[in-house]
Unconditional design. Sequence first.
Length: 237
Amino acid sequence: MDSTDGISQVGQDGASVYSPWMLAMYDFRVLWFNCGVVWRCSPRHTLALYNRNMSADHLDIGTGSGWHLSHAGYPTASPKVTLVDLNRQPLEVSSRRLRRRGIDPVIRIGSVLAPLPVDRRRFTSVSATWLMHCVTGGWDSKGKAFQHISDVMADDGVFFGATVLDSGVSHTALSRAEMRRLRAHNIYRNDTDDLDGLVAALKRAFTEVDVDTRGSAAVWTVRGPRRAPQENTTEPR
C-alpha cells in the first residue's frame, strides 16, 4: 500500500513533522534528550526491550529514525522486517539504516488506526515505540490500534513498545513544560492518556499484559492476541 487512503488529514499533518532535517537530529533530540533526559526512559532501556523480544519476522510501526531496529539484536542473520509509517521519510531513513546491516525491509505507508497494510497475519514480534502519544483521540479510539496489531500477530507473537503518558506516571516541571510545547505544535496528542486507560486498552486486545512505568513513560510487553472476528464471505446457498 503506497498511498494515504484511509489516513485522516490530522494524521497526515502530524506525520509531516518528520522532515529530513528533523530525522537528521532525531537520535539526539528525541531519543537521547527527550526520552533520556526529559521523560527519563533512555534509549538503552527501550533497546533492551527490543533485544528481549525481536523475532525473525518483525513488524515495526512508527519507525522514527530506525535507531532501535538498526542497533537491536536479531535471532537470525537474515530477519524479515516490515516497516509501517504514515510518512515516507521515516521509512526511507530507517530502510537505509537497515540495509547497512544487510536487512532489506518491506515498507508500507499506513495508519495504525486502520487495518494495517500488510499481506497476512504472521508476525512473531511487533513494536510501536514512542508512537501512541502522537496518535489522535483517547484510549477508546486510539486503543483500536492495539486490535489492528493483534489482528496481524502470530498466536505466539509478542507486541512491545513505550509511550509518554499524561497521568499515572512520574512527571517533573521539565517534562510537563516539554509536553505542553509538543502539544501546542500538534506533535503530541496525549492530554487524556493515563496508565489505567492504557492497560485497559491493551487488555481488550491481548490476554497477557505486562506494563511498567519508567519516568514519564509506560513500557509494555503483551502476548495472546484477541483477534477480531473474521467476516463470513461464504455465498448463501
